[in-house]
Every structure is written in structure tokens, then in C-alpha cells.
Design a protein around this ligand. Structure first.
Ligand code: FES
Ligand code: FE2
Length: 449
């Protein structure tokens, strides 16, 4: 990470000009240690954060260990069946308590002095407990440290390190219904498949957010995949595809021209048997949800970003991605596949094939995207400390003219990114420099019920 002598955050972080129709982001936002420290305090320790999916810990005593916002956590279901999140740190003297990554256990025992805790946080045993004569109720004060808030929406488990954070559904706002739409695709809802794909990216976490909301890059960056779709009889188009800001930093791409959806939109590469299954499933959905809702649930692909660390890809297959920033130029990404709880084995096999071929870490999309955002980070670090005004800003102006006219934003425009950046700037306390009149309302959510 480059060391920059001058204060990079003195220049405006965001410059938007509605007379010239330009929107620029200061590249210090992606590489400055000071910005990163502010984000840690003002975003990551104050918001709701995605922790994991309830189905990852399906049975009592299941646990997973993972780090969120730099804090090692135990994510578990206690013996009574309740979902919990504890700091993975021994209350005695701080040792990492659970050193496995996952498993099933009623107890967690610290290897250092063998203090032992139940999976509801109670102290189970303290060796030679009688030697403590402080008068303090040790079993009460030395319980496992619970993450202050935990709430679940449609199986997605969120935590917050801020005890005073507003209710989860207030934070999710319009994003909540798109999570419900995934659940509604199949009777019985969805579950995660065992196993996680974990990869490190040499890039700032916000580049991953931009990339997911960036329909503009699809055809050039993923030209191998686009060629593959064309060869298989699917015409890739950017027509009739939109980007929305959902408020609170969340955003949504609605895509209809980038390929089929297992058991919902058939295309020739899925084969004839799947055509029949798709028609049956689609009829069942219409019956269950009504035509209008079934249309939104089945016929559109959605890429949903929930501020700050969750991405839901509801495209050919469904996957969850969780962003974990390690530093200004380093991000860990964890990904899980979501599948219907009840699914025909042949459809499941097809789903797995498409997941592996496109969104998986060795698929036709993800390596391209990682290469893109690592290349952006390298380029951004190269312009650090350049004194020429304007050189060190990234441009996100696409679609501003339509925004002024009140025309719905296209997926290949950058309106969703602008909404994210405005929310980000407000969260970390940078006032945008605004010239001209920002359109009053644009790209807000839509009614899909
Ligand atoms: S630090 Fe865990 S038992 Fe002492
Ligand atoms: Fe991409």
C-alpha cells in the first residue's frame, strides 16, 4: 500500500456538477488509510452487517467461525436452537476461543487455561474456580461476549456492533422484498449448499460494489461468456435493463437480457427436459404468487447490493457474496450457493453446472471481474500524490442527462453507483461538492408486489 505524504482527504471526495453533468470520485477513497479507518468506525461498526445464512447452521450445536468487520466471530445455533453470534475471544484473557472453522459442538473450550463455555454463552467450567474470591459473580461477568444486535430476514442473518442501530427492516427498506423474492421462487424456499468459496482480492471493497452494479462492463469484460451465450442461441442485449437506488446505500440491477434462469427462463443450452420442468414450475408460481408477482420473481434477474457487505446474485443460479475489507487495497470475498430446498435432481445438476461455469471462482465471469478490479486498484495507486487537479478522480457520469430528464436509469449507466457513493460519503462524513440542481427524485424503488 503506497504511503502518501499529503492529506489525501483534504480535496473533495465527491464532486458532482449538474450543469456539466459530471460526477467524480476522489481516488483517495480507494487507497487511503485514513479513509479506511473512518469507514471501519463509521460504517462497519455502526451498520447492520451480513453475517451468514441460517441454513449454514441448520441443526442445534452447528457452528461456523468467520471474521466480519475485522472481528473474529462464532456464528452458531445453540443447543436450544437459537441463532447466536459471539466474539471468538476468550473472556479470560482474550485468546481466540474456537480454532476450528466449523463443526458441531455444545461446548467451546479455550486451549490456554481450559475455561469452557456453552454454545449459549454460559460459563460451563472454570478450572480451580474456588481460587477466585473477588466476590464478583464470575459466571455472570465471564460469559461469552455477544455481538450486541442480531436479526434475521428471510434466513439472512445480520449483526451489528452498535447496540443502538435502528431495526433491521428499517435498514433494509426496499431491499428486503428482493430477498423475499428469492425465497418465493420455490415452495419451501432456499438453502445454502455446504462449503464456501473464499478468495482474496487485491482491491478496495468498494470496487467490488461498483463492479456488481456496472452493466457497462458486461459485454467488453465478459466477451468470452457473451460469445458462449451467442453460440448457444441466446441473444445478449442491454435493452430494457435497469438500475435502481433502493435507499440506505442499497442498489439493484434488473436484468432480462443476460441469459436464462434455471427452472424459470428456459434457453436451448438447458436441454429439452428442462424446458418441460420450467413450464411446470412457472405455472405453479403463477398459481401461488399471481401473474404480476410471478413475472418479477421469475422473469427478471436481479443483482442486489445490501449496504455495506452483502451482494445477492439472483441470475442463472443464486449466490451470496460477503465482502470483508482487510485494508484499503485488500478484500476477502466469501461466496455461497443458494439452491431451492426441494428441487428435481436434474435441475439441481444443471444449476450447479451454470454456477460453476459463470459466477464460481473459476467460471467465465468472476475471474474477469477480479482482474478488472485489481487492475483498477493498481491504476488508482499509480496516480496517488499527483498534484494536477482533476487527474486523481474516477468518472461516474453515465446517465446523468437521463437522470435530469427523469428517464429511468439503464443498467449500463452509473446511476446506481452514484447513489452508493452519495450514501457512502454521508456515512463517513464527507460533504459532496455539488454544483447545479440535483434532480429531486430519481431511481427510487419500484412496486413489485
Ligand atoms: S485465555 Fe482462555 S482460558 Fe485463559
Ligand atoms: Fe462482471
Amino acid at each position: 500500500m503506497p504511503q502518501v505524504s499529503r492529506d489525501e482527504t483534504a480535496a473533495p471526495m465527491i464532486i458532482e456538477d449538474w450543469n456539466r453533468l459530471t460526477f467524480r470520485v476522489n481516488r483517495a477513497a480507494y487507497r487511503s488509510d485514513e479513509v479506511f479507518a473512518r469507514e471501519r468506525e463509521l460504517i462497519w461498526l455502526r451498520n447492520w452487517l451480513y453475517l451468514g445464512h441460517e441454513t449454514e447452521i441448520a441443526n442445534p450445536n452447528d457452528f461456523k467461525v468467520r471474521t466480519v468487520a475485522g472481528r473474529p466471530l462464532i456464528f452458531c445455533r445453540d443447543t436450544a436452537g437459537e441463532v447466536r453470534a459471539f466474539l471468538n475471544s476468550c473472556p479470560h484473557r482474550g485468546t481466540v476461543l474456537c480454532r476450528d472453522t466449523e463443526g458441531s459442538s455444545k461446548l467451546f473450550q479455550c486451549f490456554y487455561h481450559a475455561w469452557t463455555f456453552r454454545n449459549n454463552g454460559d460459563v460451563a467450567a472454570i478450572p480451580d474456580e474456588a481460587a477466585y474470591e473477588s466476590g464478583e459473580n464470575l459466571r455472570e461477568t465471564m460469559r461469552l461476549r455477544t455481538v450486541p444486535r442480531l436479526a434475521i430476514h428471510e434466513g439472512y442473518v445480520f449483526i451489528s456492533f452498535d447496540p443502538d442501530v435502528p431495526p433491521l427492516l428499517d435498514h433494509l427498506g426496499d431491499a428486503a422484498d428482493y430477498m423475499t423474492m428469492i425465497e418465493q421462487q420455490h415452495v419451501g424456499g432456499v438453502q445454502t449448499l455446504p462449503g464456501v468459496q473464499l478468495y482474496g482480492v487485491r482491491g478496495n471493497w468498494k470496487l467490488a460494489v461498483e463492479n456488481a452494479m456496472d452493466g457497462y462492463h458486461f459485454a467488453p469484460t465478459h466477451n468470452t461468456f457473451v460469445g458462449y451465450l451467442r453460440e448457444n442461441g441466446f441473444a445478449v442485449t442491454d435493452d430494457d435493463q435497469y438500475a435502481y437506488n433502493l435507499g440506505n446505500g442499497h442498489s439493484l440491477l434488473v436484468l432480462t437480457g443476460h441469459g436464462g434462469r434455471i427452472s424459470m427462463i428456459w434457453e436451448p443450452r438447458f436441454g429439452e427436459d428442462e424446458r418441460v420442468r420450467t413450464a411446470e414450475h412457472r405455472a405453479e408460481m403463477t398459481e401461488r404468487l399471481g401473474e404480476r408477482r410471478a413475472h418479477h420473481v421469475a422473469d427478471e434477474s436481479h443483482i442486489l447490493y445490501v449496504f455495506p457487505n452483502l451482494l445477492l446474485f439472483d441470475i442463472e443460479g443464486m449466490s451470496i457474496r460477503q465482502l470483508e475489507p482487510l485494508g484499503p487495497g485488500r478484500t476477502d470475498v466469501r461466496a455461497w450457493q443458494l439452491v431451492p430446498r426441494h428441487e428435481d435432481p436434474a435441475s439441481r445438476a444443471l444449476r450447479m453446472k451454470t454456477v460453476v461455469s459463470f459466477v464460481g471462482p473459476g467460471g467465465l465471469a468472476t475471474p474477469d471481474d477480479i482482474e478488472a478490479y485489481e487492475a483498477v486498484q493498481r491504476g488508482i495507486e499509480a496516480t496517488a500524490a499527483d498534484p494536477r487537479p482533476g487527474l486523481d478522480y474516477s468518472d461516474m457520469s453515465r446517465g446523468m442527462a437521463d437522470e435530469v430528464k427523469g428517464v429511468r436509469g439503464r443498467s449500463i449507466d452509473e446511476g446506481a453507483m452514484r447513489g452508493f457513493w452519495r450514501h457512502w460519503a454521508a456515512a463517513v462524513g464527507f460533504d459532496p461538492q455539488v454544483a447545479g440542481d440535483r434532480p429531486a427524485s430519481f431511481l427510487e424503488g419500484r412496486d413489485v408486489r
